[in-house]
Structure formats: structure tokens, C-alpha cells
Ligand binder design. Structure first.
Ligand SMILES: Cc1ncc(COP(=O)(O)O)c(C=O)c1O
Length: 413
């Protein structure tokens, strides 16, 4: 039986005083799965390209929740739409129609050149649906046609299916055996790609710019060969644009960077499309879409009226911002290249539009921590690639400020 504590005594706090930020971190440590190793920063709010911690200190946000907050924080048009729609209907399920899925599908198919859309909640879920599409496409043709070609160094998510095509042993090792029949090929190795395809290949998945792998773009020759082989073997070519898509590279989708455009059969994406609300999607041409028939796939939450309406507003704003994404992408890249010419510790600067990576000769984690200390947020992927996914509204002044901080941090590295 519990002993009753007199109220006055219960209110006397005898524990040593900890800061509000420390108590947030302690509470998590006590109650959450310990799968994340977070940076020691507790965020409270954001406005534009800036976020604020619990104590009110501000930070220039050039990682945007890993590429999600593309319009920055508390964008007035997004706040307005969320407020309006939240008062009408947040969720309806896919048992019924609402007016925004069809409208958003029409916009996204026009932007991509594909025919049909499916909405879900995340990049992983979109990849998962695309893998089902590939498997079903193959099985309809031949019982043994289920192999998938993927790339070394890729990242497609953490579900068992998405992990099966993720070409990084560190993510896969603890979960083997995964889905069989996946062949990994080094990116940009045309001969290896050719050798991996066979009549058993049902599809290939690739990121036109590998994101988590360290901002590595595929060459147009390699992507064109992937298209040619997919055609030759009647396999589906899936472009995972979760990180490199929806405006970030200065075009709607990264496969549109090459001329002529190398059209995939299927596109998956997520991150920025609903400005922080969970929304992912699959876009498919008629041939790929035919592989998913009634009852074969679905979701409870995916494509709700709130997320889809925000997605529509995002695309309207995106169209206005596209010239600025290109201009600021070039500006940021030039400034980073100038840093590289000053600091031998920078090995290479890579990327397109507002998806940029700075490869160092040394580990980058300490730089990320020092950046937080100086009010600048970015992250480090693959141990030594500083990754910048700035908001699409970033200005020259903000880039200059980031470059000034980076200059000092890198000089110390
Ligand atoms: C290319 C790519 N695919 C899939 C995913 C998984 O997306 P999510 O974390 O939304 O499930 C990511 C996440 O970073 C990604 O970069």
C-alpha cells in the first residue's frame, strides 16, 4: 500500500536543481527506446530559417529536420492553412473521398510526368509500397521474376523491405535475413550494373543524388544505362526522391536535372511535401500502377485532408520559390567551394540546389557540436560529410552568416 504524503511535504522539491533542458533529456533517457543519439539541444519553436531552444537562444537551421521544413518554420501560409483545415477535418481514412487527394495527385503527376499517385506517411512507407509494386509487376510476368537491383551506399529507410534494398551493411547487419533477391551495385559502375540485370530482374531502385550516403550524385550515363536495362528486361525503374526531390535540387525531381530527362517508372518521395506533417507518396506510370490492384495495398492515415491540403499550399509556394532555390543553391555552393580553396581539410564539395555536402579529411561530428555552440545547425553523414539541407527560403545574408561560422569552425578542425 502506498504511504500518504502530506501535501505540503510533497511540494517541497528536495532534488538538486537541473535546467529545463536537462530535465527534458533525462526524462527521455528514462522512458524512450535508446535508439537515437541526439545532439544535446532541446528545441522549443521556430520562425523562418531560425529555431530557438528552451532558453531562447537562436540557431540558423540549415538541416531543416533532415530536409523536411522546406519553407522554414511557422510559414504564414502554411500556418493559415493548417489552422483552417484543422477546424474542418484532420483525418478521414481511405474509406471515403475528400477533395484534396485528387487535387494533390493531379499536381504531382503533372510535376513528375507520371500518371497516378498513392499517398502514405513517410519515405520508408513509400519505398515499401514501391517494392510491392516491383514484386507484383515481376510476378505477373514470371513466378521467378522478383530480383531487385539497388546501389551500394544507398539509403531507403528502416522497415524490413526498405532495409533489404539499403546498400549499407551497418543498417542491415542486425536484421538479416532480409528480403531475398536484392543485388547491390557500386554507384556509377556501368559494367557492374549491366552484369546485375537478368530476366529475373523485376525492378531497380536508385537515388539520383544519394543523400544519407554522403551527397553523391549519379552520373547521367549511369542513370541512362539503368533506364535502358530496365526497358531491356521489362523491369521497373524506381527513383527514390525522398531526400533529393520535391524542389530541393532546383527542379521538381532530381531525375529532371539531366537533359534529356531520364524518366523513371515510379517515383517515391516524402520529406518536404507537407512542411512537417507526415506525408509521403508514390507516383507511377500506367504500366507500374497496373501492378497494384484493388485490395493489394493501403494505409489508415496516408493522404488525410490536412496533410494533402498543406501539400497543395506547399506546391503553390514552391513554384514561386523555384528561381530562388536555384540562385541560392549556386550561391551557397560557390561560397562552400571558396571555403574549400582556403582549408585543406575540405576534400570535396558536392550537390545540387539546396542539397549540399562538404566532405572532410577528418570526422565531422565535433564540427556539428561546435556549430550548435555557435548557433548553426547542420549534420554530418557518413562520418565525414557535412550535410546542408537549408530551407528553400534561405537568403544570401543567412548563407553568409553560415559561411562565416563554418570558416571559423573548419579553421579549428
Ligand atoms: C532517400 C531516402 N529514402 C527513404 C528515406 C526514409 O524516409 P523516412 O525517414 O521518411 O521514412 C530517407 C530518409 O532519410 C531517404 O533519405
Amino acid at each position: 500500500m502506498e504511504t500518504e504524503v502530506p501535501v505540503s511535504e510533497a511540494l517541497v522539491d528536495t532534488a538538486p536543481q537541473v535546467s529545463p533542458a536537462q530535465s527534458v533529456m533525462d526524462l527521455e533517457r528514462a522512458h524512450l527506446l535508446q535508439n537515437y543519439s541526439r545532439y544535446p539541444l532541446v528545441l522549443a519553436r521556430g520562425k523562418g530559417c531560425w529555431v530557438y531552444d528552451l532558453e531562447g537562444r537562436r540557431y540558423l537551421d540549415l538541416i531543416t529536420g533532415i530536409g523536411v521544413n522546406a519553407l522554414g518554420h511557422a510559414h504564414p501560409r502554411i500556418v493559415k492553412v493548417i489552422r483552417q483545415q484543422a477546424g474542418l477535418m484532420v483525418h478521414s481514412s481511405n474509406l471515403y473521398y475528400h477533395r484534396y487527394q485528387g487535387e494533390l495527385a493531379k499536381r504531382l503527376t503533372a510535376m513528375s510526368g507520371l500518371d497516378r499517385a498513392f499517398f502514405c506517411n513517410s519515405g520508408t512507407e513509400a519505398v515499401e509500397g514501391a517494392l510491392k509494386m516491383v514484386h507484383s509487376h515481376g510476378r505477373t510476368l514470371e513466378p521467378e521474376k522478383y530480383e531487385i537491383v539497388s546501389l551500394d551506399n544507398s539509403f531507403h529507410g528502416r522497415s524490413m523491405g526498405a532495409l533489404s534494398v539499403t546498400g549499407q551493411p551497418k543498417y542491415r547487419a542486425d536484421f538479416e535475413p532480409l528480403i531475398p533477391g536484392v543485388k547491390f551495385v557500386p554507384p556509377n559502375d556501368v559494367a557492374a550494373l549491366e552484369a546485375a540485370f537478368s530476366p529475373r530482374t523485376a525492378g531497380m531502385i536508385l537515388e539520383m543524388i544519394q543523400g544519407e550516403g554522403g551527397i553523391y550524385p549519379l552520373t547521367p550515363e549511369f542513370a541512362a544505362k539503368a533506364r535502358e536495362l530496365a526497358d531491356r528486361y521489362n523491369a521497373l525503374l524506381v527513383a527514390d526522391e525522398t531526400q533529393c526531390g520535391v524542389g530541393r535540387p532546383g527542379v521538381y525531381f532530381a531525375y529532371q536535372l539531366s537533359q534529356p530527362v531520364i524518366m523513371p517508372d515510379v517515383v517515391v518521395a516524402a520529406k518536404p511535401v507537407a512542411c512537417g506533417l507526415p506525408l509521403g507518396f508514390i507516383l507511377a506510370n500506367e504500366k507500374a500502377a497496373a501492378a497494384i490492384r484493388p485490395g493489394m495495398h493501403g494505409t489508415t492515415f496516408g493522404g488525410g485532408p490536412l496533410a494533402c491540403r498543406v501539400g497543395l499550399e506547399f506546391i503553390d509556394v514552391l513554384d514561386e520559390l523555384m528561381p530562388s532555390i536555384r540562385r541560392m543553391g549556386t550561391y551557397f555552393l560557390d561560397r562552400l567551394q571558396h571555403l574549400a580553396s582556403k582549408h585543406a581539410v575540405i576534400k570535396q564539395v558536392r550537390g545540387f540546389g539546396l542539397m549540399l555536402g562538404v566532405e572532410l579529411n577528418v570526422p565531422g561530428k565535433q564540427l556539428v557540436l561546435d556549430g550548435i555552440g555557435r548557433g548553426l545547425l547542420f549534420n554530418c553523414t557518413h562520418d565525414n560529410v557535412l550535410r546542408f539541407l537549408p530551407p528553400y527560403i534561405v537568403t544570401e545574408k543567412e548563407v553568409d552568416r553560415a559561411i562565416g561560422i563554418l570558416d571559423r569552425l573548419i579553421a579549428k578542425a
